[in-house]
Design a protein around this ligand. Sequence first.
Ligand code: SF4
Ligand code: MG
Length: 335
Amino acid sequence: MALLEIRDLHVSFHTYAGEVQAVRGVNLTLEKGEALAIVGESGSGKSVTAQAIMRLIPSPPGKIKRGEILFDGNDLLKLTEKEMFRVRGSEIGMIFQDPMTSLNPTMTVGKQIMEGLIWHQRISPSEARQRAVEMLRLVGIPSPETRINNYPHEFSGGMRQRAMIAIALACNPKILIADEPTTALDVTIQAQIIELLKELQKKTDTAVILITHDLGVVAEMAQRVAVMYGGKVVETGTVEEIFYRPRHPYTWGLLASMPRLDLDRKQELKPIPGSPPDLLDPPKGCPFADRCPYTMHICNDEMPEVSEVSQTHRVSCWLEHPEAPSVTNEPIVRI
Ligand code: SF4
Ligand code: MG
């Protein structure tokens, strides 16, 4: 049994203009200890999927319309708020793009790590304090015994993200969800945080869901990738499958827009022309049809079914149909 299995998840948001169908039938699995990257442009539904796992969709205006999120076999969508509070505290941890918005500015960093431990692990304050020092050391904060008494504003951006990771991992969760964890940081600090996450994932055997639009980070850290577009997962596979043998035209576009070290600067970035579908009125066929260079009649009329390329590789595209014309100009990408 997978550690986490998302089945047919639908999430919508009410707006003045109507209902935005942000997530439209997402299926995903996460195995114990693995790192899965969810990639896609902003608005593709990746953060909303993560928030749904944590049951953090603001409601209203948001609503989980349909689906199941099985964690260790139990549907998280059926838990009471109290049971979910326990899951958030000790089973699934989450870190966000901007730690300043999720750290409490009025509480010391140490207290914030200790809080979860005291609530969820029922350990004494002195044990919790010791564990908080250990956690700060684990995430690479220098002199943790004194730093534990600092407030978030006394930490640099990189240190705040490290503190967030310490809070998220303090109770030994089975899953860590990292939503664009390095986007707000400068490049050197980004690399350090990714290195840290990689190290911690190995050391603690925590499964990681990494949400990012940065394919460099994916290659660095994930074993498996899910590509999202227009509220749907359009392709999933191992890192090797997605980078070397991608099958979906959107994935080809994403890879072509990725900076490459082996090309000269002038030709390296090729953004995908056009814009994502309007999720107030989503297309009935393939969500990528408006931007895809290979669109056929059927693409506009019918949603492509999921084809199994290998045991680990799945793609939703009509080009996989046995009668579809063959397309050969997919990019070859080196990672
Ligand atoms: Fe392009 Fe059609 Fe495949 Fe969609 S289903 S990605 S429009 S070829
Ligand atoms: Mg996001």
